[in-house]
Design a protein around this ligand. Structure first.
Ligand SMILES: [Zn+2]
Ligand SMILES: [Zn+2]
Length: 402
């Protein structure tokens, strides 16, 4: 373990306690008032220039040093989920039905721990922007902050983020260049038929049979239309039609989750799903209406920034604990939108695989038994601190090539 980690360890207890405090008071998307207040107050106390109200509850803490025009953005998310916690932890949620089940409490605490350490102990030349984002869980807080001028008001040469990952050994750091997380689109297909008596199907246009056929036809998009070497997901998660056995309903609807790891594949999926819905409907004499709602974009890590993040990770944790060729995930993340505007890298930090005796660490995110692994507060903060030191290296040091 690196020198940075050792020097951070003495102050880490304070931030583990802070993580647990944030955990006790989870807040849903755009309602992170308490968390946002806590973040802003702490940052101001350490000498950061604090800007509030970006994307509603978003906070940017800025620290400038030296004369360099280089600038760096580090992002953490703050929101929780509508899940009733069952972790059994002493610091479990005090708010019924709400829970930090994705570890955003930990992400916030790691970046705060880094903020405190950097302000006190890290030499750098340039501008550091710490971005505390609301509403990562589906509501697109990243976009809201960008609509409020995030990168115009706080320009960044590069932007980085980190997410914990259960199942990966605690403190291991995983990343990959290029597409790392999938785009995610929500689609509703409504089939409009003609209702009628179940005894006289020839006098109706049955949307139930058309829907059943369409569910099966949609399975061929991934298996027959997408290049087998590309990844794609078409999940029909809901199929709703009818109420009684002797009534042919007038409508049936399908709810789809559509994901891809490539912008071209994403577009292809859209075209094929539209075409299949129309053709299938026509073959059953019903009409298809497709409502496509674009969700998060494909998350693409840029080469130079990914190489730097990997080098920093290796310097911190040693090569044995770093996977530079981590597999991509079909989950989604709105940090993808920031990476569409600014180069950067998104990295995973292992939340544990159970081998350290911490079963909650290996429990998957969005599960009621999940908990963020507090051993990562120091590792995450050290990664951020080292990244700042490397990216905003003082010119004198650059010149001698350290
Ligand atoms: Zn989540
Ligand atoms: Zn998350």
């Amino acid at each position: 373990m690196g020198h940075m980690l050792e020097s951070l360890l003495p102050q880490v207890d304070e931030f583990v306690a802070l993580r647990r405090e944030i955990h006790r008071f989870p807040e849903l998307a755009f309602s992170e008032h308490r968390t946002s207040e806590l973040v802003a107050t702490r940052l101001a106390g350490w000498g950061y220039e604090v800007h509030r109200g970006l994307g509603g509850t978003g906070v940017v803490g800025q620290l400038r040093r030296g004369s360099s025009s280089r600038s760096l953005g580090l992002r953490a998310d703050m929101d929780a989920l509508p899940i009733a916690e069952a972790s059994g932890r002493p610091w479990a949620s005090a708010c019924a039905g709400l829970m930090h089940a994705c570890g955003h409490d930990g992400h916030t605490a790691m970046l705060l721990a880094a903020a405190s350490y950097i302000a006190r102990s890290v030499e750098f030349d340039g501008t550091l922007n710490l971005i505390f984002q609301p509403a990562e869980e589906g509501a697109g807080g990243a976009v809201k902050m960008m609509e409020d001028g995030l990168f115009e008001r706080f320009p960044c040469d590069a932007v980085f983020a980190m997410h914990n990952m259960p199942g990966v050994p605690q403190g291991h750091l995983w990343l990959r260049e290029g597409a790392s997380m999938a785009s995610s689109d929500d689609v509703t297909i409504t089939l409009h038929g003609t209702g009628g008596h179940g005894a006289m199907p020839h006098r109706a246009a049955d949307p139930v049979v058309a829907a059943a056929s369409l569910v099966m036809a949609l399975q061929t998009v991934v298996s027959r239309n997408v290049d087998p070497l590309q990844a794609a997901v078409v999940t029909v998660g809901a199929l709703n039609a009818g109420k009684a056995n002797n009534v042919i309903p007038a409508q049936a609807s399908l709810e789809l989750s559509v994901r891809a790891l490539d912008r071209g594949v994403r577009q292809h999926l859209r075209e094929r799903i539209h075409a299949l819905a129309q053709a299938q409907a026509e073959s059953f004499s019903v009409r298809a209406e497709v409502n496509w709602r674009e969700g998060y974009a494909v998350l693409v890590n840029t080469p130079a920034e990914t190489a730097l993040a990997a080098d920093v990770a290796e310097q911190l944790a040693g090569p044995a604990r770093v996977n530079r060729q981590a597999p991509p995930l079909t989950a989604s993340e709105d940090f993808a939108f920031m990476l569409e505007k600014v180069p950067g890298c998104y990295l995973l930090i292992g939340n544990g695989d159970g081998s350290d005796g911490n079963a909650a660490g290996a429990c998957m995110v969005h599960n009621p038994g999940y908990d963020f692994n507090d051993d990562n507060v120091a590792v995450g903060a050290a990664y951020w601190s080292l990244l700042v030191q490397r990216f905003l290296q003082p010119a004198a040091r650059l010149a001698i090539g350290s």
